[in-house]
Structure formats: C-alpha cells, structure tokens
Design a protein around this ligand. Sequence first.
Ligand SMILES: NC(=O)CC(=O)C(=O)O
Length: 277
Amino acid sequence: MMHPRSFSHLDAAVTLTAVQMNTSDDWQGNLATAEKLITQAAEAGAQLVALPEFFPLLSKKLEDRLALAEEEGQGPLQEALSALAARLGIWLVAGSLPLKTYVEDKTTNTCLVYGPDGRQVVRYDKIHLFGFRKGDESYNESATFVPGDQPVTFDTPFGRVGLAICYDLRFPELFRALHQVDVLVVPSAFTVPTGQAHWELLLRARAVENQCYVLAPAQVGSHADGRKTWGHSLLIDPWGEVMSCLPEGEGLVSGELNAQRLAEIRRQLPALNHRRL
Ligand SMILES: NC(=O)CC(=O)C(=O)O
C-alpha cells in the first residue's frame, strides 16, 4: 500500500531547526526577532528552519490581526520572509500568519513555506480550529478564523515534509492523509495546561505512528493577548525519541535528520506497509 521513497543516498547531514518565540502585539518587533533567530539558525548550518504558530502577532484586539492580514503573495511580512529564505538559502516554514478572506472579520491561520530561492512553495491553512474552555481560559478560533480543508506536503532534496498547525496535532487522520512524510513540521502555540498534559505525548505518537521526524516550533511564556503558552519546542526522531527540547525562553531547537536511521526503522518495523484500513 505504501510507496517507500528512499533518501538514504543522502550522505550530507541535514539540520532541522525550530524557533521558539514569545510573540507580543508589536508585529515589527516580532518579525525582527524571527529574522534574528532564523539567521542564527542558518549560520549554525540549518537547511530547514521553522517558526511557531502566530509568530508575527498575538494581540488582544482582533483589529490588529485584521490589519496585519495580507493577500497571499503580497505584503511586508511575506516580502520579508521570502527575502530572508533567499538570502540565507534555506527552506523556511514560516509558522503561521493571517491571510485575508472574503468572510467578514475572519482571517485564515496560514503556514507559508519558502524554498532556498525565496519562492513560496506551498500554503497550508489550519484545518482544525482550537476550542477550549477551562476556568478563566477560553479559546474559540472558529469565531475569527476560516478553516482550511486541504492536507499539504512539499518535497525537498532531503525528503517529503508534511504540515500541520497546533490543534491539528490532535487529529491523527490528518497525518495519515499526508501519505508518508519524512518530516512533519507542526508550528504551535499550545496552552500551558494542555501542553503540560498532551504536547510531548501527541508529538511523539505522531512520530512513532508515521515513522518520521517531527519538528515542533512553539510559542512560550506570557503574551499580550492574555494567553500563556507552554514552550518546549521539540525535535523528535522516527523512533519517538526526543532529540532536542527547549522548555523555556526564546531560542532554537536543532538536530540532524539521519536518512539511514529513517530507512532502518522503516525496514525493521514496516508498520506503514502493514496498514489494512
Ligand atoms: N493552541 C492550539 O491551537 C491547540 C492547543 O493548545 C491544544 O490543542 O491543546
């Protein structure tokens, strides 16, 4: 059923890096922080760098998000991201940012990916919109976002990469629909209580059941919109082992994709070939 694609011919090490951020309501400051951390990652040798969900803005005011929302392919955020990917020659998974919709007072929650030439490679709109209520904390993303409906992957010289955003992590059927990826990137902003309980558990489960690397850049700390996020950005290998984690503070989480290890795990335990449904 599965179609084993092999990248084991790749001898050169490939470094994957997640950026952890404490995004505020100052989008220009947030963009500057993202640029600084991405540049540090690339200078340290990363070929693929990923930002967290909502990296340019976490504001109490919906008007701020609506004002920041861009048309796809236009606007200062996208220009800066594209120029940065080209200047550094990296694959840039640009967390998520709001794009305009034709639905009043709603945006998408979109992950754009840029190739090393700065061109936009794919667009993924978050499919599962977060809803949560516990004590004083409540989220209802459906009220202000339009969901996506398409799973998205893209191919690189070091393997196929699949995308999901934050709450999507709780829906394993999305990852099955990606049809065997080598790396999953999950830009996130998990809350503290849900993160403490489920974040690492879910990420490791997705790595084990899909036999792939999982790179999960996260938001961390207290934000201007009142939320507190869990941090703990992670890189997990296809055996489900945590390779690197940053519990607190802004910074980077990096590690090497080992194509031989990936192939060996799939050879030793060909669970993806044993699917019956
Ligand atoms: N913030 C999210 O989208 C998801 C989250 O915090 C959770 O699933 O828990």
